[in-house]
Design a protein around this ligand. Structure first.
Ligand SMILES: Cc1cc2nc3c(=O)[nH]c(=O)nc-3n(C[C@H](O)[C@H](O)[C@H](O)COP(=O)(O)OP(=O)(O)OC[C@H]3O[C@@H](n4cnc5c(N)ncnc54)[C@H](O)[C@@H]3O)c2cc1C
Ligand SMILES: O=C(O)[C@@H]1CCCCN1
Length: 387
């Protein structure tokens, strides 16, 4: 039953962040084991599904700046693996002139990101089939688009294996013993390595409980809704319809976002950037669909070309920190254990860069970016450290 083997590094969790971390470590010549509790591919965490938004439109400069490199790394992977992972569509950002919209616009301008500001009177010429709400303004982040998520996971895991990396799936980590050599116990064996990277998504606190740490992470179930186009293709990627982000609207307290129809022909993905709390292993017992009513009201008003009744509903999980910024840091006591967590519903697009940064932390190098917004220390009053 026990499979023993010594590695330079073990990565726990083969979602987008763990897969890119393992790939970076293998690229740097480290003997790396990527452990995953479920048989791959699976749809129980946060990285499954066909598509994600990639964009530079952010309210903090550091995310916009980091995305510069992330785009380059995505296209490197496309070349290495010989697959298309990104389609440029632009991101339509709509919202009241002041507030978050203005902050995003300023960030884009400050960082010289190509964008188009749409004057309300010419809005419908550029974006047909959408009613811009009264008092709303709009811009398009030209760099933005769609990432093919499932395909990206396959590609990065495949490249990792080509570099000699080992993926062991269907093995749940049940205990971790820190030390100069970290020991990792799973349902199928015992493994040891000099370094450990924990990228366990919404299961992070279960794993951290083995090593005396808890983070303030909230797990939310997100309903992923697809809506039928009345006129098939009118919001499609082929017809150059963009992704969109609706900020602050009367129907909704949180953002609403959408991606052009593509993966399921005739269906457009539009979701609410909020969900209901759940436990990671009890996702399907959380049945709250009140977000669907919010979306119906919004779509009726702003997207008249969609049938305001969900056609397909899928599920996904967010792991949210109090400030919605990531956790990228070393364990406060065991510095050969690195943690990547709390990607708060916006981490996919950063995957290749997160992998690089967690690899740098793991190798004891100075990270390529200032990671102070992502430190564990910022949760001082929240984190229950049992150390
Ligand atoms: C509906 C939805 C829409 C989103 N939209 C966007 C978007 O448009 N753009 C964007 O950039 N981001 C988006 N995100 C966010 C992005 O998808 C996540 O930030 C990202 O997938 C998080 O990846 P992860 O690797 O941290 O977690 P996960 O993908 O959950 O990976 C963690 C892995 O760890 C494994 N694991 C856990 N415990 C153990 C254990 N004990 N032993 C072994 N393995 C274990 C899990 O099974 C899992 O496979 C969205 C997320 C959702 C849910
Ligand atoms: O990360 C993103 O780009 C999207 C924005 C809307 C909410 C979900 N995540």
């Amino acid at each position: 039953m026990s499979t023993e083997g010594d590695y330079d590094c073990i990565v726990i969790g083969a979602g987008v962040q763990g897969s890119f971390s393992a790939y970076e470590l293998a690229k740097r010549g480290r003997r790396t084991l990527l452990l995953e509790q479920f048989v791959l591919p699976h749809s129980r965490g946060s990285s499954h599904g066909q598509t994600r938004i990639i964009r530079k439109a952010y309210d903090q400069d550091y995310y916009t700046v980091m995305m510069d490199e992330s785009y380059r790394l995505w296209s490197q992977l496309e070349e290495e693996a010989g697959v298309k992972l990104y389609r440029q569509t632009g991101l339509l950002v709509m919202g009241p002139e002041n507030g978050t919209y203005q902050v995003i616009k300023n960030t884009l301008q400050r960082n010289g990101v190509p964008m188009v500001i749409l004057q309300p009177e010419e809005f419908s010429k550029h974006i047909p089939h959408v009613n811009l709400a009264d008092g709303d303004v709009a811009l398009v982040d030209i760099t933005a688009g769609v990432l093919y998520a499932d395909r990206a996971l396959r590609a990065v895991q495949g490249q990792f294996q080509k570099l000699g990396g080992i993926i062991t799936d269907g093995q749940k980590v049940t205990d971790i013993r820190p030390g100069d050599l970290v020991t990792v116990m799973t349902s199928g064996g015992v493994y040891r390595a000099k370094n450990l990277v924990v990228t366990a998504g919404c299961w992070t606190n279960t794993l951290l409980s083995y090593i005396g740490l808890q983070l303030p992470l909230q797990v939310l179930k997100i309903n992923v809704y697809y809506w039928k186009e009345k006129d098939p293709g009118c919001y499609s990627l082929q017809n150059r319809f963009p992704c969109f982000l609706q900020i602050e609207c009367p129907e909704a307290e949180h953002h609403i976002y959408g991606l052009p129809s593509n993966e399921y022909p005739g269906l457009m993905k539009v979701c609410y950037h909020m969900g209901s709390e759940t436990k990671p292993d009890e996702r399907d017992r959380q049945m709250d669909k009140s977000d669907g009513d919010i979306l119906k009201r919004y779509l009726t008003r702003c997207f008249p070309g969609l049938v305001p009744e969900p056609a397909v509903v899928e599920s996904c999980l967010y792991t949210v920190t109090p400030d919605e910024h990531f956790v990228l840091d070393c364990h406060p006591v065991h510095n050969n254990i690195v943690i990547g967590a709390g990607f708060s519903g916006h981490g996919f697009k950063f995957g290749p860069l997160i992998g690089k940064l967690l690899c740098e932390l793991s190798l004891g190098e100075v990270p390529s970016y200032d990671l102070s917004p992502f430190r564990i220390r910022r949760f001082q009053e929240h984190s229950k450290s049992a150390l």
